[in-house]
Design a protein around this ligand. Structure first.
Ligand code: NCD
Length: 316
């Protein structure tokens, strides 16, 4: 069953169509209108790693559309601790649900699950691999801020080595003709195979460790957390911890419409002084997770989003 494992599973036209449907669904996501497009459907939330936004926004999205959600819950209280394999867990949840959102510490786990499932699997993060549903909400946020996805100057900053959000996002940005600058400490550079993939797609990819010099030309600055849990050695983490910290005073020369994004959670990469600037976009970005995941689930379940939602639903 087609799911969403990497951004390669969607064409540019499909991405745009899902983002257009998400625009339509905004009043439903905000709770202004009730439109039970997914009534009777059940989402299975299988999170084998910590999650706040991804899990809760999937759940909110399904419930806003009139559907239901079953959760694996805390891995420690599930049969995983008894030694159940991922294969067996998926076989079972496949029978309980119509669609599954899954996060797992192992890279490739979502593809593995998808190969043996009958319902669509949505990859909510597989180790340091991919995070395509995050990319969909990131693209939605960028398009709402700039009116387009084409040809923007986007700086991806922080932990580009282990950060799965930037692995998926960089692929998508390049497909829409964005200029991508990769800004990280040397030890956290984007993996070579991803850079060469991006270049093979015709992208002009620049790398630098000097984030601040990139701000003046940027349309988007995408900050990421250093992924402490993925370091094989804690000492290596401490060498790079706190490498980048963005303060409001660093933004004086930024373009007026430049947005600062972050998949969250932040640790110390964005100082709270940035929150009250016109550039801060990360909380809106987190909200956009609901509406984009609503649209994505409709698309994967073959449910058409009406073109004028405002005249369809009932007021709450
Ligand atoms: C990200 C993740 O899990 O990869 N979080 C998220 O889904 N919003 C980023 C992170 O944990 O740093």
């Amino acid at each position: 069953m087609p799911g969403l494992i990497t951004m390669d599973d969607l064409t540019n036209e499909e991405i745009i169509s899902i983002l257009d449907d998400a625009e339509q669904l905004l009043p439903v996501a905000k709770g202004e209108i009730f439109l039970p497009l997914l009534q009777g459907r059940i989402l299975g939330n299988l999170f084998f790693e910590p999650s706040t936004r991804t899990r809760m926004s999937f759940e909110t999205a399904m419930k806003r559309l009139g559907g239901n959600v079953v959760n694996l819950g805390d891995v420690k209280t599930s049969s995983v601790v008894k030694g159940e394999t991922l294969y067996d867990t998926i076989q079972m949840v496949d029978g309980y649900t119509d669609i599954i959102a899954m996060r797992h510490p192992r890279q490739g786990a979502a593809q593995y699950a998808s190969d043996s499932a009958n319902v669509p699997i949505m990859n909510g993060g597989d180790g340091a691999g991919h995070h395509p549903t995050q990319t969909m909400l990131d693209l939605f946020t960028i398009r709402r801020a700039h009116g387009t996805l084409e040809g923007l100057n986007v700086v991806l900053a922080g932990d580009l080595r282990y950060g799965r959000t930037v692995h998926s996002l960089s692929h998508a940005l390049v497909r829409f003709g964005c200029n991508v600058t990769l800004s990280s400490p040397e030890a956290l550079r984007m993996p070579e195979e991803i850079i060469s993939d991006l270049r093979n797609q015709g992208a002009d990819v620049n790398e630098t460790d000097d984030l601040l010099s990139q701000i003046v030309n940027a349309d988007v600055v995408y900050m990421t957390r250093i992924q402490k849990e993925r370091f094989p050695d804690e000492d290596e983490y401490h060498k790079v911890a706190g490498a980048y910290k963005l303060h409001a005073r660093d933004l004086d020369d930024a373009k007026a419409e430049m947005i600062i994004m972050h998949p969250l959670p932040r640790v110390d990469e964005i100082d709270s002084s940035v929150d009250s600037t016109r550039h801060a976009c990360y909380f809106e970005q987190a909200f956009n997770g609901v509406v984009t995941r609503m649209s994505l689930m409709c698309w994967l379940l073959g449910v058409k989003v009406p073109s004028d939602v405002n005249t369809m639903g009932s007021e709450i």
